[in-house]
Ligand binder design. Structure first.
Ligand code: GLA
Length: 397
């Protein structure tokens, strides 16, 4: 948080009046299930987007990021996408959402500092959107109704603003998703935004994307969450993500189902001839993932960590063979992890096509695991490995 405030003071010559932060997330199990109304497990982790801000007296917005040299400046009545500053498009998309939902916006200055590695699949973009929504809420208090309508809200007598309840948090997640879908142009689901908003320390978040139910179950204290970044940048704005989504939706439509959630493995096998091979494989991955999350939840609750770990390896194999969203570097990382007795399971996490793997490792052996994987990865690919032992944390505030 300190860097965002210091950067604000340096750039604007004043103290920020409000701060917000939103964590990144690790997808634990349930790959590409969210936009198929499926089930997914995630963890909010101790990598954050921090923002500091203060209101202005005009209708201009000035944004500074510690990761990019040039600030972004625009007027609220002239918000336009700027491909030379893609990071600012997320904030612009969110501000447009607020305006479309009925909020009269006012100008502000803000700085952004992120500790979420870019392109690793830890949802830096969702965290940026969530942090923006919360920072603006602190600067100019507003509430979101369940239908998404935004209205100005008075501060409490103490000057504070009321805490966000669960229903309103979900409305925030949907607004952030809408900004990403409609303005940025990524057809992502709700997983990332929900995870950043609903995280709880040391808990796995279980999301049912059909009824948007959220539950939590403890992550065994003996387990460490190790994230290994392949160094291959994934860019979801590219067409692969949207291609997979379109093929999943086409498969569901051909099978007369509202979404792949409604398709069981045997029904998919029976309908195989109606699908193109690519559609069938996409659907097989998603339907299999939903089934693995269902079984995995029972295993986690029952303490069957070895069984749960095996599901992670199965999930990765399905990404590689069916969904084709892995890459050689991610496969190498998972193969190296499998050779480590302290590792219960490993898989690619998030959208795929590069990015990182998630590894569940016995806590006492986590540092040693990082060293061994780094050595093996260097030998196999010539690349230096970045990896992190992540703490599981509370959601955005
Ligand atoms: C990205 C998207 C999410 C989800 C995952 C894959 O992170 O933003 O909505 O689809 O990929 O599970």
């Amino acid at each position: 948080m300190l860097e965002a405030a210091t950067s604000f003071q340096r750039h604007f010559g004043a103290v920020p009046t409000q701060m917000a932060r939103a964590p990144g997330r690790v997808e634990l199990l349930g790959n590409h299930t969210d936009y198929n109304q499926g089930l997914v497990m995630a963890l909010a982790v101790d990598k954050y987007v921090f923002m500091a801000g203060a209101p202005r007296s005009d209708d201009k917005v000035e944004l500074v990021s510690t990761a990019f040299p040039r600030p972004a400046r625009f007027r609220l009545d002239a918000i336009k996408k700027d491909e030379t500053a893609p990071w600012a498009n997320y904030l612009k998309g969110l501000l447009l959402q607020l305006r479309e939902r009925g909020l009269a916006l006012r100008g502000f200055n803000a700085t952004i500092h992120s500790t979420i590695p870019l392109g690793a699949g830890l949802s830096s973009s969702a965290a940026l959107l969530v942090a923006t929504a919360l920072l603006v809420r602190k600067l100019f208090p507003y509430s979101l109704a369940p239908d998404g309508h935004a209205s100005a809200m008075p501060r409490l007598e103490t000057g504070e603003i009321p805490a966000l309840g669960a229903a309103e948090r979900m409305a925030f997640a949907k607004m952030c998703q809408a900004a990403e879908n409609r303005f940025v142009g990524v057809n992502c689901g709700l997983l990332d935004h929900i995870s950043s908003l609903f995280g709880q320390a040391n808990q796995v978040i279980l999301i049912d994307c059909q009824n948007l139910g959220v539950e939590w179950t403890p992550l065994a204290a003996d387990l460490a969450v190790v994230v290994c970044h392949s160094g291959v940048r994934h860019a979801l704005v590219g067409g692969e993500y949207n291609d997979r989504r379109a093929n999943c939706e086409a498969a569901a439509a051909t099978l007369d189902a509202p979404a792949l959630r409604a398709v069981a493995l045997d029904a998919l096998a029976a309908g195989r001839a109606k699908l193109t091979p690519h559609q069938h494989k996409c659907a097989l991955h998603v339907v299999g993932e939903i089934d693995r999350v269902q079984r995995g939840a029972t295993m986690l609750r029952g303490g069957d960590l070895a069984g749960f770990g095996r599901l992670l390896f199965e999930s990765h194999a399905s990404s590689r063979e069916n969904f084709h969203n892995s890459c050689p570097e991610l496969d190498i990382l998972v193969d190296l992890a499998r050779q480590q007795p302290a590792c219960l399971g490993a898989r690619l996490t998030g959208g795929g096509f590069g990015g990182a793997t998630l590894n569940l490792v016995r806590r006492g052996a986590a540092e040693d695991f990082r060293t061994r994987i780094a050595e093996g990865y260097q030998q196999a690919t010539g690349r230096a490995l970045e990896s992190w032992i992540c703490q599981v944390v509370n959601g955005a505030a």
